[in-house]
Design a protein around this ligand. Structure first.
Ligand SMILES: [Zn+2]
Length: 359
């Protein structure tokens, strides 16, 4: 009883959060709408959402069970506890368990519920609006979103190590403009991306598309698994989405983005291409091909600096590739490098990210 009441309160809190943050009343039945829409991609998203809802409920019951066991020593409570644990596991709880820590739990249950609901309702609405694009949307634009890249480890921002020689060269040539560090709005990819790509009414992609651009996502991140399909929903309105990780069985590095972008640029319509890097995502040691480390001689760098050096190369290649198109480059959030997988929010490096552009 207490558990159910508590859970309902969480949902209400999530709705209030969405309302105060985005000024919209969220359609509570959106996931039923999605299921009814018959679109496989959105269906999978709804299922993931449902699973996370179920996990949260089970986790909550489990915690309540534990508390009442400690207080009342009620024997049946252990049954409840085990049942809740089983539901949790059955609903994909193993993954969730690995992420379980109080801050993340609060973030996930309250904040993300509100965000998911808002995002899903925006996307559903956008799908029903007929676009009448203005012909010739303007200058081509490349939007590069880095991953876990802190400006505090970039030579071009004065880290003291030459981790970004290519970007520094482009800045020197006047090709790239270096803006002051930007402060990330959230330490988690999904929420940071939402802040960057979603406003009250629309997703950023939809706005670009409505302005007459051909829109393409080229992503090095996993489709679906990483954060419950948030990326997919944010880029839902794209004409084309290319996930380089699905293009081959071997280890996939960010440089595979380059041929995909070259392909996306062909054609006569003005385009906006969004690139989502894998960048320095934990574990950064897995992000850089050995051949690259050897060819540029960075054996003495730690694995994080190597990943920054590799991103420097990939981004510089992209900037050269798109010629005189507009370019924007930033990262979702930084990284508290020495804290390992679990980040340290008190580390400024987690919050400061690069901001560069070519106009
Ligand atoms: Zn991230």
């Amino acid at each position: 009883m207490i558990a159910v009441a508590g859970f309902c309160l969480l949902i209400v809190a999530a709705d209030r959060y969405a309302e105060s943050n985005f000024g919209t009343t969220v359609d509570g039945d959106w996931f039923l709408l999605i299921l009814a829409s018959g679109e496989d991609e959105l269906k999978s998203f709804a299922l993931v959402y449902w699973k996370s809802l179920l996990s949260t409920l089970a986790a909550f019951v489990a915690v309540m069970g534990l508390i009442s066991f400690v207080i009342w020593r009620w024997p049946k409570i252990s049954m409840t506890f085990m049942a809740a644990g089983a539901v949790w596991l059955a609903s994909g709880g193993r993954t969730r368990f690995s992420q379980f820590k109080p801050a993340y739990f609060v973030y996930d249950t309250v904040l993300r519920f509100g965000d998911y609901r808002h995002l899903a309702s925006v996307v559903m609405k956008e799908r029903s609006i007929a676009l009448e694009p203005i012909v010739n949307g303007g200058r081509n634009r490349l939007v590069i979103i880095g991953e876990s890249l802190t400006s505090r480890r970039m030579g071009v921002y004065g880290s003291g190590k030459d981790t970004t020689p290519n970007l520094a060269r482009l800045v020197e040539k006047g090709k790239l403009k270096l803006h002051p560090e930007r402060r990330a709005t959230n330490q988690y990819t999904a929420r940071a991306l939402m802040d960057m790509l979603l406003d009250k009414e629309h997703t950023r992609v939809w706005r670009d598309r409505a302005a007459g651009f051909r829109t393409v996502l080229v992503s090095a991140q996993d489709k679906w698994e990483r954060y419950c399909g948030i990326e997919q929903l944010l880029f839902d309105a794209c004409h084309e989405r290319i996930y380089i990780r699905q293009r081959g069985g071997e280890a996939v590095y960010d440089e595979k983005i380059l041929p995909a972008v070259a392909e996306a640029m062909s054609g006569s319509e003005p385009w906006v291409i969004y690139v989502h890097l894998m960048g320095s995502h934990f574990d950064p040691a897995d992000r850089v091909p050995r051949t690259f480390v050897e060819s540029v001689g960075i054996d003495d760098f730690d694995s994080y600096d190597r990943s920054v050096r590799y991103t420097d190369w990939v981004v510089a290649q992209l900037v050269e590739l798109v010629g005189d198109a507009e370019v924007r480059f930033t990262s979702d959030h930084g990284e508290s490098v020495n804290a390992g997988r679990w980040r340290d929010p008190s580390d400024p490096a987690l919050w400061f990210v690069p901001e560069m552009s070519a106009d």
